[in-house]
Design a protein around this ligand. Structure first.
Ligand SMILES: O=S(=O)(CCO)c1ccc(-c2ccc(C3CCCC3)c([C@@H]3C[C@@H]3c3ccccn3)c2)cc1
Length: 240
């Protein structure tokens, strides 16, 4: 994969996005507002517009018991699960398998009235990172999705408006070993999830409509996705 044309961009974007995801909300600059909270899940957004289009950056933090960072990233990255958890997905195509840890996707998302239908072309890269805080702690896993062009799928040719996005899912596994030396089980693991996303809707859509969509869809997405991973892994050996 290191010789692929996208490799330099992937390296740079992954490093940038991981650094941002690891910063706490306080360090991430001002202007973050908590807009949704549900148990351990907290969702923040910043109100930002580019040429009058809403591109509100989103940062969500969540802690889920019983699953690991590798399991969360594996189910987010792998195409075979996506229709099960991505409710706004209409069509997903793997345009290119760049390597076993890097795929190129074309996705069309369901039309959200009154906005016109959207599509997106993005590369997706999964990576294990050394846990530099705690040397013998479990590794950190991440998936970064970033829009890119594709010669066979130019933007805004068909009925769909092309959106642009950068997404980073960063997962840190926590292990609390059982006192009595019994073997590790799912009660002893949890995962701290940080999900960052910036979605540029491409063409114009009313700010009020987009903000309502984000407010509704993002909490739903993260809750549904993490519940899906919990269900998929509950009777399986732990994947560290
Ligand atoms: O994390 S991913 O890479 C997972 C792979 O699928 C990803 C996340 C979100 C999107 C996305 C694409 C379009 C739209 C809108 C914009 C104008 C009209 C449609 C939305 C709106 C925000 C709502 C939304 C939020 C969260 C989840 C799904 N829907 C989101 C795409 C990919």
């Amino acid at each position: 994969a290191s010789q692929h044309r996208l490799w330099p961009e992937i390296e740079k974007t992954v490093k940038q996005q991981v650094a941002m995801a690891r910063m706490g909300i306080g360090e991430c600059g001002s202007g973050w507002q908590l807009f949704a909270e549900d148990g351990e899940m907290k969702m923040y957004r910043r109100e930002e517009e580019i040429d009058g289009m809403v591109v509100d950056p989103l940062k969500a933090v969540h802690v889920v018991k019983g699953i690991t960072g590798h399991e969360v990233c594996h189910h987010f990255f792998s195409p075979q699960y996506r229709y099960d958890w991505e409710t706004t997905l209409e069509q997903m195509t793997v345009l290119e398998t760049i390597s076993d840890d890097t795929l190129l996707f074309l996705q069309t998302h369901k039309r959200i009235w009154p906005a016109s239908q959207r599509d997106v072309v993005f590369w997706s890269h999964i990576r294990k990172l050394p846990n530099d805080q705690d040397r013998d702690g479990p590794d950190i896993w991440t998936v970064v999705n970033n829009s890119t062009g594709h010669p066979d799928h130019p933007a805004n040719v068909g009925k769909c408006v092309r959106i642009f996005l950068t997404v980073c899912l960063l997962c840190q596994t926590r292990v609390n070993p059982p006192k009595d030396g019994t073997p590790l089980s799912r009660e002893n693991v949890s995962c701290k999830i940080t999900y960052c996303s910036v979605v540029n809707p491409g063409g114009w859509a009313p700010a009020s409509v987009l903000r309502a969509v984000y407010k509704r869809e993002y909490p739903k997405f993260l809750k549904r996705f993490t519940a899906y991973v919990t269900n998929q892994t509950k009777n399986k050996p732990i994947m560290f």
